[in-house]
Ligand binder design. Structure first.
Ligand SMILES: Cc1cc2nc3c(=O)[nH]c(=O)nc-3n(C[C@H](O)[C@H](O)[C@H](O)COP(=O)(O)OP(=O)(O)OC[C@H]3O[C@@H](n4cnc5c(N)ncnc54)[C@H](O)[C@@H]3O)c2cc1C
Length: 279
């Protein structure tokens, strides 16, 4: 029989996770859909369930010297309205789901769900986010691109919980987020693009690009980015075709009910092209 627990503290939650296998529920906005059954019957869970959304210890947004720490049970809506949330992350969250869903949905749920179309993953990759995992016996910091290893696959162990998400300080002078969905709100991305630069005078000091829903995971390629830093804006623009060619080789989308691979690739590359042209 499925066991359901509602720990009162983080310690209690870690003890439960150590003792046996539980599925953690944060906002439940992914899980309740995944486990839905027929109309008017409760969702069908085959695993034990640990409810975590009420854990106050995991609801925080704190600044440290080098990072912003976001507690894993902080709702997306809280993040959207908090003064310390990076602007780049706010823009992405603003286009996720609807206010009702955002009131309970969390970044941690979006991360652990590991969908290639998970919108918040795109800025988290671009911002070099570190995921802090906690279990009864260990504490691990893992960069998001090492935590997510494929569609719906992560390296989170059964006895671990995402405690918080650490976002290093960054400085961009320009960024562009574009989400292409079937409608303006409450839509899952067909393809998404985030580009960010730091330009000082005419020098490009930082150049970062991330794509969602066009590969098994979010695409961010630091090797490509490195080649276009510390050059002038004009030099970068002159290399437009070369950059497009390089990302063309990385983008390997799939066909699914929302879109097909040809459309996804063409739109992704068009968004990158516009970003470079408009620097
Ligand atoms: C109507 C609707 C619209 C949506 N729109 C969007 C959208 O625009 N963009 C988008 O990206 N998503 C969207 N979603 C999906 C969903 O809302 C997000 O993925 C959300 O961020 C999930 O967070 P949650 O807290 O509800 O996760 P949950 O459903 O509670 O959990 C999701 C997964 O994460 C695990 N998990 C949760 N917290 C932790 C933790 N602290 N440690 C370890 N594992 C954990 C759970 O075990 C589960 O496997 C939408 C969903 C709905 C229903």
């Amino acid at each position: 029989m499925v066991k359901q627990v509602i720990p009162k503290t983080l310690d209690e939650a870690l003890n439960y996770l150590y003792d046996r296998s539980y599925q953690i529920i944060a906002g439940g906005t992914d899980l309740m859909v995944q486990k839905r059954s027929t109309a008017e019957t409760p969702p069908l869970f085959s695993n034990n369930i640990l409810y975590a959304f009420h854990l106050e210890e995991l609801k925080f947004i704190k600044r440290s010297e080098h990072c912003l720490h976001i507690g894993s049970m902080t709702s997306l809506e809280t993040l959207l309205h908090h003064e310390d949330t990076p602007k780049i992350l706010k823009e992405v969250i603003y286009e996720m789901a609807s206010p009702a869903i955002r009131n309970v949905a969390t970044l941690a749920g979006n991360i652990a769900n590991a969908s290639p179309a998970g919108d918040s993953l795109v800025p988290l990759y671009l911002l070099d986010a570190q995921i802090i995992l906690l279990s009864k016996n260990q504490f691990r910091h893992i960069p998001i691109e090492k935590l997510i290893i494929g569609p719906r696959k992560t390296v989170i162990l059964k006895d671990e919980i995402i405690k918080d998400i650490a976002i290093p300080k960054h400085e961009f002078t320009q960024f562009k987020w574009i989400k292409v969905g079937g409608r303006r709100a409450d839509a899952i991305s067909k393809v998404s693009f985030l580009g960010a630069v730091h330009i000082d005078g005419d020098q490009v000091l930082d150049f970062r690009i991330a794509f969602g829903a066009v590969y098994k995971t979010v695409i961010r390629n630091r090797e490509i980015e490195k080649e276009y830093k510390n050059i002038s804006v004009q030099e970068l623009k002159n290399k437009h075709d070369e950059i497009i060619e390089k990302y063309d080789a990385c983008i390997l989308p799939i066909d699914d009910q929302r879109s097909n691979k040809e459309y996804r690739k063409k739109v992704a590359l068009n968004m990158l092209s516009d970003f470079i042209i408009n620097l």
